[in-house]
Design a binder for this molecule. Sequence first.
Ligand code: ATP
Length: 340
Amino acid sequence: MISISDVKKIYQSKSGPISAVDGVNIDIGQGEIFGVIGYSGAGKSTLIRMLNGLEVPTNGTVNVNGQIVSKVKGKDLRQARQSIGMIFQHFNLLWSRTVLENIQFPLEIAGVSKKERLRRANELLELVGLDGRGDAYPSQLSGGQKQRVGIARSLANNPDVLLCDEATSALDPQTTDSILDLLVDINKRLGLTIVLITHEMHVIKKICHRVAVMEQGKVVELGDVLEVFRNPKEQVTKRFVREVSQVEETGETIDHLLAQYPKGKVLKFTFVGESTEQPLITSLIRRFDLDVNILQGQISQTQKGAYGTLFVHLDGNEETVQAAVSFAEEQMVKVEVIGG
Ligand SMILES: Nc1ncnc2c1ncn2[C@@H]1O[C@H](COP(=O)(O)OP(=O)(O)OP(=O)(O)O)[C@@H](O)[C@H]1O
């Protein structure tokens, strides 16, 4: 559906050339929710803007649904853009127009009749859960409602792809979750491919199927969200994963655990997907002559299954503890010895 091949973007600035995107290759499938995460300046905005021709790559090609977006111009580009919707951090609504008028705006540009525009806008209003608010002005809406209008407007022309540029960054956590739920609902109902950029791992965890991590213009890590959570390779990815592991994993906490449990071993189990459903702790206690203390734990849901970490203290003779570690590993659970 989307193919980004060898894409580079170099900006010329007074202090010299800036390599904003540096040799990126990404393929995104139909119906996928694909997230790009990175800190400020990593090149995310530049990359997503190349998907709808708002930026032109210095090198490489961007193919969206069979159209080489990076090459087309004028009328062809305008047409290609109709099949690519976009929503923004600050909503980009027209403040002097009502909600219904905002949603109709792209249809006006596409030359759709007044009657059909109104019919479609009302349909979209219902889809995003804003029935009855059609005559309100954006200033009368909450942040979450404004983004719902942005989503309805982006869907007006029945796009194949929706681009989300930090779409929840201006919203509080609860509103963020309701907008993310709406995006998943739209993805499932309409089969829409969604590409989003964010600096929040929570967003990736909650709705994405796959993720690319960007740093200094490059994709440094790319994979299924669950796999990246289970086994983050790069430092930057580890930092992002840590952000959403509510279990405190700071050195201080671990030191505290070790001081509290000087005998035996303190282990960290990382469960992914099906392994979260196995009664591992019960099996350990039944099979091995060990004392097992659960110290801390958390399980969270992603679009591809559950992900969780559990800190446990195993106390028993060394051979038994080692056998228990091997047994846990056989259950597809990642085991790290934190201390002991
Ligand atoms: N129009 C421009 N002219 C010159 N440099 C630019 C331009 N747009 C972006 N840059 C630079 O390119 C690099 C990547 O910026 P980009 O906005 O794509 O990153 P980002 O990951 O989206 O970060 P942020 O979330 O802060 O926007 C930065 O160093 C930025 O200063």
